[in-house]
Design a protein around this ligand. Structure first.
Ligand SMILES: [Zn+2]
Ligand SMILES: [Zn+2]
Length: 300
């Protein structure tokens, strides 16, 4: 090891790695409707993964946020109160604290959730904003000279929801500005908006094909810190679909109209921008240039 590597290792040891996991717990997402047991399996994998992150370094921090169709809640850590903990032989207390807190919280959230008859989309973008707020609060309280590397991991089996397009974009660009990496693990379908977010913040996107191997996938792809990832062989980045959603119908479009003032995207021409109320000139037919008379004609 040369001097630079030793210095880098020392820096890495002193820094804090914060991992915020946004877990989609919407009971109407496809994989949960298919088999309710799947949610338990996902939860077990997430707890094991969170604990593996804490195990790597004593300074590491973890937050788990649940995201559903009606609310966003913290599963871990809980402000103020702590769950009652009886020591279990052979298990590190911090790990059982994570497990107990997450399970108890999620249990009470699911019990109190309003019943739904039809599938309803998850508030993923909102939950990611909450994670950003939490990260920025911790960032402010970090002691001088200590570096904090933060990242957000989103686990979801929900479908694409273009209705939250604006919030997504705000989250992605805020994260990019704060150098927070966004990773996403899609459990059901490929999500092009989240893919864009991973690409913008140089995070990793993975679509899991087999739920049985979820923990292995998480440990392999998302456990290494973003600074280490370039040294590893990870799945190649997918071709990102950079379509925008129109502001009028919230649908992904290939070609559309863009407001020249506020850059809002529309799928149909409208004379007034609904976002910034700019009035546009109606594109009329192109003016026909009068033909120049030939000199020869004039002379005649
Ligand atoms: Zn539209
Ligand atoms: Zn506009």
């Amino acid at each position: 090891m040369d001097a630079a590597e030793v210095a880098a290792n020392k820096e890495a040891e002193a820094s804090i790695d914060l991992l915020a996991i946004v877990l989609d717990t919407n009971p109407t997402q496809h994989i949960v409707r298919q088999n309710p047991q799947n949610l338990t399996q996902i939860l077990e994998a997430v707890i094991a993964f969170g604990n593996a992150h804490l195990m790597q370094k004593a300074q590491n921090k973890l937050a788990v946020i649940s995201c559903s169709h009606h609310a966003t809640d913290f599963l871990y850590p809980l402000p103020g109160r702590q769950v009652e903990l009886r020591p279990i032989d052979g298990q590190y207390e911090a790990f059982s604290l994570v497990e107990k807190t997450v399970k108890q919280q999620l249990g009470s959230i699911l019990m109190n959730a309003p019943r739904l008859s039809s599938p309803c989309e998850s508030l993923l973008a909102g939950s990611m904003s909450m994670a950003l707020c939490y990260i920025s609060r911790l960032q402010r309280n970090v002691a001088a000279g200590v570096k904090m590397h933060s990242r957000i991991l989103v686990l979801t089996g929900s479908n694409e929801c273009a209705s939250q397009y604006m919030t997504y974009m705000n989250v992605f660009f805020t994260a990019q500005k704060l150098s927070i990496v966004i990773d996403a693990c899609a459990l059901d379908k490929t999500l092009s908006l989240l893919q864009q977010g991973c690409d913008i913040t140089s995070g990793q996107f993975l679509k899991v094909t087999q739920l049985d191997g979820l923990l292995q996938y998480l440990l392999w792809v998302f456990m290494p810190s973003p600074q280490m990832r370039h040294k590893l062989v990870l799945p190649p980045p997918p071709k990102v679909d950079y379509r925008a959603s129109c502001f009028c119908h919230r649908e992904l479009i290939d070609i559309g109209y863009v407001c020249s003032v506020c850059l809002s995207v529309f799928c149909k021409y409208s004379p007034i921008c609904t976002t910034c109320h700019t009035i546009f000139k109606t594109p009329g037919p192109l003016p026909i240039k009068p033909k120049k008379k030939k000199k020869t004609e004039k002379q005649m």
